[in-house]
Design a binder for this molecule. Structure first.
Ligand code: ATP
Ligand code: MG
Length: 197
């Protein structure tokens, strides 16, 4: 390709991008859903959290399912004064197989979540693994959708989980699917600190 042709092509691209930028004028928080079976949903959410905190914004995380070990992200972010980190869902399904207790845990987590969604001080909230609450019927999507729709205008929310409830997808601004093409675990590599947790 000649230099001239390349320059023309790039100019065309720039015009398209400039046009899109000119049309995107709204300033408000967004609802982001990160779903799919591949690896990268929670780490993407925490990457965005780092961005937000880097700008001096106030954030919060609710982990709807407590893992067996303390994660690196928790150890890193808990030192942060501008961030609240709630680990909920102590002993979910596969550990307890107690549905009543799971529902109670989900509702306790939701009570905290609901409070955050009413508080304009929080600019970014991460609901990690929240989607399982709907999948197993521990939470109704309707009150969650209502609370999300009524949240402060500048507040953004990220929800992660392999499968997403349809009512959430209907009101989301951004939905990304992390597709599983390959995972080291299936190749026999053990879950490692700093990569998996
Ligand atoms: P990460 O926290 O690494 O961004 P994730 O949030 O996308 O992963 P989850 O569904 O929450 O993935 O699963 C959590 C754990 O399972 C992580 O340790 C992750 O590496 C691992 N994992 C994610 N996807 C797969 C997969 N397709 N096969 C095996 N393990 C997976
Ligand atoms: Mg995850």
């Amino acid at each position: 390709m000649s230099d001239e042709m390349h320059a023309r092509r790039m100019q065309k691209k720039k015009d398209v991008v400039d046009g899109r930028i000119a049309r995107a004028t709204e300033e408000r928080g967004v609802l982001i859903l990160l779903k799919g079976n591949g690896k990268g949903k929670s780490s993407s959410a925490f990457g965005t959290l780092a961005r937000s905190l880097g700008h001096g914004q106030k954030g919060a995380v609710i982990q709807f399912i407590k893992g067996r070990r303390e994660t690196g992200e928790y150890r890193f972010f808990r030192e942060y004064p501008n961030l609240d980190w709630h680990i909920m869902g102590h002993g979910f399904t596969w550990e307890t197989q107690n549905r009543e207790q799971d529902i109670e845990a989900a509702q306790a987590a939701w009570a905290v979540a609901e409070g955050l969604l009413k508080d304009p001080a929080y600019q970014l909230i991460v609901f990690d693994e929240m989607s399982y609450m709907f999948k197993y019927g521990y939470l109704d999507p309707e009150p969650v959708v209502a609370a999300l729709q009524q949240r402060p205008r500048h507040q953004s929310v990220i929800i992660t989980g392999r499968t997403m409830a349809q009512p959430l997808q209907e009101i989301a601004d951004t939905i990304s699917v992390v597709q599983d093409e390959r995972h080291a675990f299936r190749g026999g590599v053990k879950a490692q600190a700093g990569i998996e947790f």
